[in-house]
Design a protein around this ligand. Sequence first.
Ligand code: ADP
Ligand code: MG
Length: 336
Amino acid sequence: MAEFDLIARLTARAGARGDVALGIGDDAALLEVPAGEQLVACCDALNEGVHFLPGTDPADIGWKALAVNLSDLAAMGARPAWALLSLTLPRADAGFVDAFMRGFSALADAAGVALVGGDTTSGPLSICVTALGCVPRGQALTRAGARPGDAVFVSGTLGDASAALEHLLAAGSGGTAGSRGDDGCLAILLERMRRPTPRIALGQALRGRASAAIDVSDGLLADLAHIARASGVGIELDADALPASEALLARCDPAARLRLQATGGDDYELAFTLPALHSAPSPPPVGERAGVRGAFAAVTRIGRVVPGEGVRLLDVSGAEIEFARGGWEHFTQGAR
Ligand code: ADP
Ligand code: MG
């Protein structure tokens, strides 16, 4: 199979939008950004053996390659619109491409995203998606606006995907110590790892409310540290307040659960800060209909912004809980 046959298989499922003046087939795409809006652009790569295990279902890879990028757009408060796909394949494998596009376009269609271009090359399996969206001028959420007195929130639940990954790695090396519970719970955690839900509607609902926002991809403590640094503030989190799914509660003992919630990666939830105006006395009117297809994502208040620097996780007595690592980092750890 030649490069152009592969491209034809990819582009058969590209999706359509009225604001694509020129899509796949020319040297570049022409896209219409609405007057008064800014273009929001991000790009995330997935590499085999680093971001997904060898043997992962190509449909799950396709979903996740887009999901991690739509999560970044969500964290900016953007409306997703277009994507570019750079695909590096070891072989011209039509079966892989078809399955990949099944997962990719399931999410693209649900989120209203059109594939408008890309590149197809040979080499070790690697996928890089560029996602593009729009936001009303000046209204994007950034990491830089948190102020002492703001409350800290997170959407959904934390630690599910990393619990699933730890299970797979432990099963692969012959042991699943520390895990318990039934296979139904495991299936839920695996689904959270394979098919993360970008919180697209929540991100847009936070425009004009949140003072800062980030998506939780490397681990809650590590990601909130970015908000603390960019905003020039400290953050205190209450360990007891971190949201956990029923499945995680059933699978992990409390110590393992807290470590995964605080430092596990791949949650793709939104963490954000709200000025008191928007968070008191009751939780904010956001998150009721979040994610794609209106998927429900509750938001939970997990802490507060304080003067100072850094992120501290506190137990009920106010003592700090520390972990060997705050989150995932490339180049300082082995492949996950
Ligand atoms: P060029 O050589 O000018 O870079 P290509 O032959 O690589 O163009 O691609 C032809 C067309 O197909 C372009 O419009 C490009 O954006 C699109 N395309 C190539 N690979 C992909 C892909 N993986 N996903 C989406 N579109 C693709
Ligand atoms: Mg090319």
